[in-house]
Design a protein around this ligand. Structure first.
Ligand code: ZN
Length: 374
C-alpha cells in the first residue's frame, strides 16, 4: 500500500516534494496564500500505519521564524480531537518529524488547529445565552462573515474589547477566547458575574476567517498582516480591521486585549504600549498592576521573558494594541502564548495546547475585574 499525503481541508497547508513507501517523506512548508510567509503546516498522512516515518521539511530554515523550530515538537492526531507532540528535530536547515503512526490515518500540524466549524459552533452556542448578542460586522475579502459576540449590558459604563487571531495560524488565540467566553457565560463563575456588573464585553473570536481557512500563519486573503493595518485600514486590503475599528469608535473602549501566539519564546507574556511617546506614568502603572494581578490568577503567566523594550517607530501605530492606547488612552495589551510549551511548567505529552490556552482565557477575568475596579 502506498502512502498518501493530502491537505485539501480546512486550514490544510503543505507542498509535497516526494514520498516513498518506506516512509521517507520530503515536504516544503507552503507560503501564506498571498504573502511570502512560510510557517504554518497541517496535513494528513494515510497508509502509513506502523511505518517509521521520517518527515522532512526541506525549507524549514527559510521559514518566517526559523527560531520557532528550535526545541519545537510538532503536533499529531488520529481523530483531530486529541493532539499530542511527536519527536521533532531541526538541524539548522531541515526539520524532521520521526513518528510511526498507530493508525492508518494521521494528521500533523504546527499547532492544535481551531477549525472554522468549531468557530461557528462557538458563536452558535454563545448566542443561546440571554447575556449574549451575536453581531455580524460585515464580510471578509473572501466573503466570510466577520462576527462579534457582545456579552453583557451595552449600557454598562465600561467597554472591554477582546480580539483574537489577527494572525490566523495562532490558533491558541481562539482556544483562549473559547475559555474566556465559556467563563463569562458560566452563571456559577463569580469573576464573570462581577466583570459583567462593571463592563460590557465585545469579543471578536476570529479576526481573520479567510487566513484561518486558507491555512495561513500571518495574513488575510489579500496578503495583509492585519496587525500592521490599524493606522489606515481599508475595505480592499483589510476589511477585518476596518470594520472592527469602526465599531470600536462607535462603542468606545476602556480595555483592549489582542490575543496572539509567539513562534519563538516558550512563555506566556504580554506586550504593552510602552513604545508610545505619549505613554504616561499612570498608563504604565495600570499596565503593571494588570501584569501583577494576572500572575496571581494564572501561574502560566509571567513577566520575566518577553519582547523587551523597543524604540518608537511609525510602525508602532499600525499595530492593534498601541494604536488603541493612542486612540482611547486605555489599557491595551497584546497577549502572547507559546507554540512550543511553557518552559516554567512543561508538559512533554501535549506542550502548550488548546485546553491550556482556554484555562488562561478563563483566568484572565481576575486581572480584568481588578483593573475595571481601578
Ligand atoms: Zn501574532
Amino acid at each position: 500500500m502506498s502512502i498518501k499525503i493530502s491537505s485539501q481541508f480546512d486550514a490544510g497547508a503543505i507542498d509535497v516534494v516526494s514520498v516513498t513507501s518506506a516512509g521517507d517523506i520530503d515536504l516544503n512548508i507552503r507560503k501564506d496564500s498571498a504573502a511570502d510567509i512560510t510557517q504554518w503546516f497541517y496535513f494528513r498522512v494515510q497508509g502509513a500505519q506502523a511505518v517509521p516515518l521520517a518527515i522532512r521539511f526541506l525549507n524549514a530554515s527559510k521559514a518566517a521564524y526559523p527560531d520557532g523550530w528550535k526545541d519545537y515538537q510538532a503536533v499529531a492526531s488520529y481523530d483531530r480531537d486529541t493532539w499530542f507532540r511527536v519527536p521533532t528535530s531541526f538541524d539548522g536547515e531541515v526539520m524532521t518529524i520521526e513518528h510511526a503512526p498507530e493508525h492508518d490515518s494521521v494528521y500533523y500540524a504546527y499547532f492544535e488547529p481551531y477549525s472554522w466549524e468549531r468557530h461557528l459552533a462557538l458563536l452558535d452556542s454563545a448566542q443561546l445565552s440571554p447575556l449574549t448578542q451575536l453581531v455580524d460586522l460585515g464580510s471578509t475579502v473572501d466573503g466570510r462573515d466577520l462576527n462579534m459576540l457582545i456579552i453583557g449590558d451595552q449600557e454598562a459604563e465600561k467597554k472591554v474589547w477582546v480580539i483574537a487571531r489577527q494572525h490566523p495560524g495562532e490558533t491558541m488565540a481562539e482556544w483562549f477566547v473559547e475559555g474566556m467566553v465559556e467563563a463569562l457565560l458560566d452563571p456559577a463563575d463569580p469573576f464573570a458575574s462581577q466583570c459583567l456588573k462593571e463592563a460590557c464585553f465585545y469579543i471578536v473570536p476570529n479576526m481573520n476567517p479567510d487566513g484561518s481557512v486558507r491555512g495561513n500563519l500571518r495574513t488575510n486573503a489579500a496578503g495583509a498582516n492585519l496587525n500592521r493595518e490599524w493606522n489606515e485600514p481599508s475595505m480592499a486590503l483589510s476589511p477585518e480591521v476596518y470594520l472592527v475599528k469602526q465599531k470600536m469608535q462607535e462603542t468606545g473602549c476602556d480595555m483592549f486585549l489582542d490575543i496572539h501566539g509567539d513562534e519563538g519564546l516558550p512563555y506566556v507574556f504580554v506586550a504593552g504600549s510602552d513604545a508610545l511617546p505619549t505613554f504616561s506614568k499612570e498608563q504604565k502603572a495600570a499596565q503593571e498592576k494588570f501584569i501583577e494581578d494576572f500572575k496571581i490568577a494564572s501561574p502560566d503567566f509571567q513577566s520575566e521573558h518577553g519582547y523587551g523594550e523597543s524604540p518608537y517607530t511609525p510602525e508602532v501605530l499600525t499595530m492593534g494594541s498601541p494604536h488603541i492606547t493612542h486612540l482611547f488612552g486605555c489599557l491595551s495589551l497584546t497577549l502572547e502564548m507559546p507554540f512550543k510549551d511553557n518552559a516554567n511548567d512543561p508538559d512533554e505529552v501535549n506542550g502548550w495546547n488548546g485546553a491550556r490556552s482556554a484555562k488562561l482565557g478563563a483566568a484572565i477575568l481576575q486581572p480584568v475585574l481588578r483593573s475595571l475596579r481601578g
